[in-house]
Write a protein that binds this ligand. Structure first.
Ligand SMILES: Cc1cc2nc3c(=O)[nH]c(=O)nc-3n(C[C@H](O)[C@H](O)[C@H](O)COP(=O)(O)OP(=O)(O)OC[C@H]3O[C@@H](n4cnc5c(N)ncnc54)[C@H](O)[C@@H]3O)c2cc1C
Length: 192
């Protein structure tokens, strides 16, 4: 919601993840898998946008080529110095843990964008979980407004009001309860 509200004054939907050919080969981008695996189908489908130059990429994304060129130049300067002035990527231990483990000196979360062709994917905000879904009991049975189970109706995963009550302690707190409550629902249905 906050992202959509902010989009009204600072348009940022979609945002673009942009990388160069070296990055794509090494790390992949979205559905394009790493390790030099085939990705032509994704370009053909319009999912992965390929530009011979940054200008060409900007044109295809509907961006100002001059601004993209300046942004990438500033980013590359920062990457060489190992700091990210705009967003602080690699600025804490959690960030660095997710970075390139082979980079011991410098910033493992930053690399330059300079080897053509260049690639982009569009990024849209989406839900990974909810804090306002269907209320259930400890057996994943859906409760009515009086707190009574509705016979035969179960919920788990994103449809279910999260047991975390609106907090996000860390990765896994959506899939973990989804599996757990799916399992509990199955056991209850089986009369276990
Ligand atoms: C990028 C990303 C990263 C994530 N990382 C993590 C992570 O590290 N750890 C973690 O715990 N969670 C993570 N999540 C969240 C987790 O993936 C979701 O919470 C979880 O997949 C939700 O499971 P679900 O079964 O409730 O819903 P979904 O997986 O969305 O399943 C719903 C299914 O219903 C189908 N469907 C929809 N409408 C209809 C219809 N009308 N008829 C028939 N079928 C329909 C859909 O096609 C879909 O297959 C991540 C999510 C995203 C997007």
């Amino acid at each position: 919601l906050a992202m959509h509200e902010s989009h009204r004054s600072v348009p940022s939907i979609p945002a673009f993840l942009i990388c160069d050919a070296d990055f794509l080969r090494r790390w992949g981008l979205g559905l394009a898998l790493p390790g030099g695996r085939p990705f032509r189908k994704l370009v053909k489908a319009g999912y992965l946008v390929e530009g011979r130059t940054l200008d060409d990429l900007a044109r295809q994304l509907g961006l100002d080529g001059g601004v993209l060129g300046e942004t990438v130049a500033a980013f590359n300067r920062d990457a060489r110095e190992g700091r990210d002035a705009a967003f602080g990527k690699g600025g804490d231990a959690y960030n660095r843990y997710l970075g390139d483990p082979t980079i011991k000196d410098g910033n493992p979360c930053l690399g330059t964008v300079e080897t053509a062709p260049f690639y982009a994917v569009r990024v849209y905000p989406g839900d990974i979980g909810t804090a306002g879904g269907i209320v259930t009991d400890e057996n994943a049975r859906v409760l009515d407004r009086n707190g009574e189970p509705i016979p035969g109706l179960y919920a788990a995963g994103n449809d279910m009001n999260s047991v975390m009550g609106g907090t996000y302690p860390g990765p896994g707190i959506t899939l973990g309860p989804a599996l757990t409550f799916g399992w509990l629902a199955g056991r209850h249905l089986a009369g276990a």
